[in-house]
Design a binder for this molecule. Structure first.
Ligand SMILES: NC(=O)c1ccc[n+]([C@@H]2O[C@H](COP(=O)([O-])OP(=O)(O)OC[C@H]3O[C@@H](n4cnc5c(N)ncnc54)[C@H](O)[C@@H]3O)[C@@H](O)[C@H]2O)c1
Length: 379
């Protein structure tokens, strides 16, 4: 599909989930490299994992934007009340503490901002949590995403909606690498089902309302200040506490890890080129819609990953020099909702955006280990 350039410079950009792991890095990069762009971030700062880490990210964003740290007030329903104290609307970074599941807040932001680019990263993430807590997924990933789509529909300034999907849509796909041409009708978790639903809803809105949208299937994103629920982070916490870690499927798992800087580079490139609007033979819009994988393309065996992590944690001083990681591994069966392998075919991204993730696991984990040591004041 042809692409239409979108100028990120001087754009009004809305990033949902801005205090989340990927949202933080994306916002940071835009504030640093696109001085004429304005960013509005929204995040409900929920406690799925330690909200202190989200506050830390938010403070860092305010520091980069040269603005006072947020006051931390919980928002009222209307966006006016939700704009953090101390941040003016004319500033380069405005933060709204609220939920995308609240239609009034979303509509107020769109009315006020008239965003040209929307990047939807807010979601209830995590595969295992979705087995016990389905409501959170329906609220943020379905109702929240629907509110974003509806607001985009009425936003005449909108040039591109970019949204996070996930490698989990591939379910138990046996054919590797996973291609966006593969059938993804068999999700094995509610999380995956909501992400696939996002793609379906986006397709429908692209077709009906001619909204240029691009879905990005991220593959196991990791890095400093990442998500504490993800294996590399939770393993580290347990090992530091002297506990053992569970290695699922007896270690017979492969994950296509993608360093967060590679994800952000991919998102930025995609933001800058939207699927072009065109009419079909019937005179109706051909949906300006696309989906891409963003993954490292080098799936790593879980046991190898654990050993690299262990070495990097020792090197950064997070674990003692004589630490023997093999003494801390519990080999356990597969968990419900898990898949044995993820492996991205990122050819589409390379073809249309000239980018392939390139940061290797050792480099990425070493950066994570150094950040961990500093954040938790270990060395
Ligand atoms: N990290 C990964 O490996 C990975 C892989 C595939 C897809 N994704 C997707 O990428 C996106 C970002 O993931 P992440 O790793 O940064 O996760 P994250 O949990 O760190 O970030 C999501 C942010 O959204 C916020 N949020 C959740 N529900 C909200 C709501 N209703 N309204 C406003 N804010 C809300 C959370 O507070 C959080 O800060 C998500 O959509 C996730 O599903 C992530």
């Amino acid at each position: 599909m042809d692409k239409q350039p979108v100028n990120i410079h001087e754009s009004r950009i809305l990033i949902t989930g801005a205090a989340g792991f990927i949202g933080y890095y994306l916002t940071k990069r835009i504030l640093t490299e696109f001085p004429d762009a304005t960013v509005t971030g929204i995040d409900n700062m929920n406690d799925y994992y330690d909200p202190a880490l989200k506050e830390w990210r938010l403070e860092d964003l305010c520091r980069i934007a040269g603005q006072p740290a947020p006051a931390g007030a919980v928002s009222d329903r209307a966006a006016d009340a939700a704009v953090e104290e101390g941040l003016s609307r004319s500033s380069r970074f405005t933060f709204v503490r609220g939920s995308i599941a609240d239609k009034e807040i979303v509509n107020d932001i769109f009315t006020d901002l008239k965003p040209q680019i929307v990047v939807n990263l807010a979601a209830q993430a995590g595969v295992r949590y979705s087995i016990e807590n389905p409501d959170a997924y329906v609220e943020s990933n379905l109702i929240g995403f629907y509110n974003i789509l509806e607001a985009c529909r009425h936003d005449e300034a909108l040039e591109h909606l970019v949204y996070a999907s996930s490698s989990s849509v591939y379910g138990g796909n046996k054919k590797v690498p996973f291609s966006t041409d593969d059938n993804v009708d068999h999700p094995v978790s509610l999380y995956a089902a909501t992400k696939k639903s996002n793609e379906l809803l986006a397709h429908c809105y692209s077709k009906l309302y001619n909204i240029p949208s691009t879905g990005l299937r991220f593959f196991t994103v990791y890095g400093p200040a990442g998500r504490p629920d993800m294996a590399y982070f939770s393993f580290t916490k347990k090992l530091v506490a002297g506990q053992n870690i569970d290695i699922f499927n007896f270690g017979n798992c492969k994950r296509d890890f993608t360093y967060v800087d590679d994800i952000v580079e991919g998102v930025l490139r995609v933001m800058g080129k939207a699927p072009a609007k065109a009419c079909g033979e019937d005179g109706l819009p051909v949906p300006p819609y696309a989906v891409y994988n963003i993954g490292g393309g080098r799936p790593e065996n879980l046991m190898d990953f654990v050993h690299i992590l262990g070495k990097e944690l020792i090197r950064a001083g997070v674990l003692p020099q004589d630490f023997d990681i093999d003494e801390h591994l519990n080999l356990v069966p597969m968990q419900p909702g898990d898949v044995p392998v993820t492996y991205a075919d990122s050819e589409g991204l390379a073809r249309d955006y000239g980018f392939t993730p390139g940061i290797d696991l050792r480099t990425g984990l070493s950066r994570f280990a150094e950040w961990y040591a500093e954040y938790y004041s270990i060395v």
